[in-house]
Design a protein around this ligand. Structure first.
Ligand SMILES: C[S@@+](CC[C@H](N)C(=O)[O-])C[C@H]1O[C@@H](n2cnc3c(N)ncnc32)[C@H](O)[C@@H]1O
Length: 300
């Protein structure tokens, strides 16, 4: 989908090359957004000044995706010295969410608490150390950071940014409202070094389903065999390729409506038991549960 649909009041063309510093870079999805802004003519160009990541696979992926050298990685944020950072217009930091997410143990992100999520405060330390502060900082985390449990810490975090001279805008956005058929609610905190007339983009009037994004040709091995299925009223049961039992139960009426439409009886985890219809949205994929993928029912 074109970004032109999101432009609204926030669209401002800049002729400048935007210097970007990325923390907790992962695979660099916000950087991908910058690439689209450039492609669609909203910015002239951007330049990655550095990224900071410690996971070796993420580093390799980041370099391949953004076509940059590993030498651009400044490594563990804890060892970074603010005074040595080059000037950037924007800093981006989707800091670790494990201790904030309701899918984890919610130890929190208190300052100096040594949880992984408390690493977000390292960006505040760097802001205090850096010679020239960035004009804009974009933080991102899970929606649960706005829950009562974390209000105090989040307010302290925001107060520090305000004390550093930033003007703050924050909101929870859901990917479903912006053309992605995935329920993914994320908290965005944007800090500007001056007062600006900023509005988060309004939800779009577009409604995609998962099927719109699937490959049209998929190898046969990825499908369950319809030769080995049995029907019972509005339900159909498929044999698992592994254990020759009727483990997949699909409700055909629910399939038509999208959402959860069946059960994988062989699976013990509640969330991973669910089969989702490609005619609707899928939930947020669980990053830590790598052996059990989101199971999708497609029409053939
Ligand atoms: C929530 S993910 C960020 C994902 C990222 N926004 C993206 O688009 O892929 C957090 C990332 O922080 C990285 N990380 C964790 N501890 C770090 C540290 N001490 N220094 C730098 N990166 C770290 C993790 O490896 C992980 O990739």
């Amino acid at each position: 989908m074109s970004l032109k649909k999101i432009k609204g009041e926030n669209k401002k063309m800049t002729n400048k090359i935007i210097k970007v510093g990325s923390f907790f870079s992962g695979i660099g999805s916000p950087e991908k957004a910058l690439e689209r802004l450039k492609k669609e003519g909203y910015i002239k160009d951007y330049c990655l000044e550095f990224f900071s990541e410690i996971d070796k696979n993420a580093i390799k992926s980041y370099c391949a995706i953004h076509n940059v050298d590993e030498s651009l990685n400044i490594g563990n944020i804890k060892s970074v010295k603010g005074e040595e950072l080059p000037y950037c217009d924007i800093w981006i930091g989707g800091f670790p969410c494990q201790d904030i997410s309701c899918a984890g143990n919610m130890k929190g992100f208190d300052f100096q608490s040594s949880t992984r999520s408390s690493l977000g405060w390292e960006m505040i330390r760097l802001l205090k150390e850096v010679k020239v502060k960035p004009k804009v900082i974009i933080f991102e985390n899970v929606e649960n950071i706005t829950s009562k449990k974390f209000t105090k810490t989040l307010n302290l975090f925001k107060n520090d940014l305000t004390d550093l001279g930033y003007f703050l805008y924050d909101k929870v956005l859901d990917a479903r409202d912006y053309g992605i058929p995935q329920m993914r609610r994320r908290y965005f905190l944007i800090a500007f070094n001056r007062e600006v007339d900023f509005n988060f983009p309004s939800p779009l009037d577009v409604h995609y389903i998962v099927a719109d994004f699937l490959n049209k040709t998929v190898e046969e091995k990825y499908y369950l065999s319809s030769e080995k299925c049995k029907y019972n009223d509005d339900k159909v049961y498929f044999e698992s390729k592994k254990n020759q039992e009727y483990t997949y139960e699909i409700n055909l009426n629910k399939f038509k409506n999208g959402g959860v439409c069946g059960i994988d009886h062989s699976c013990n985890f509640n969330q991973s038991r669910r089969l989702y219809s490609s005619k609707g949205n899928i939930p947020t994929l669980i990053a830590s549960n790598t052996t059990e993928h989101c199971k999708l029912v497609v029409e053939e």
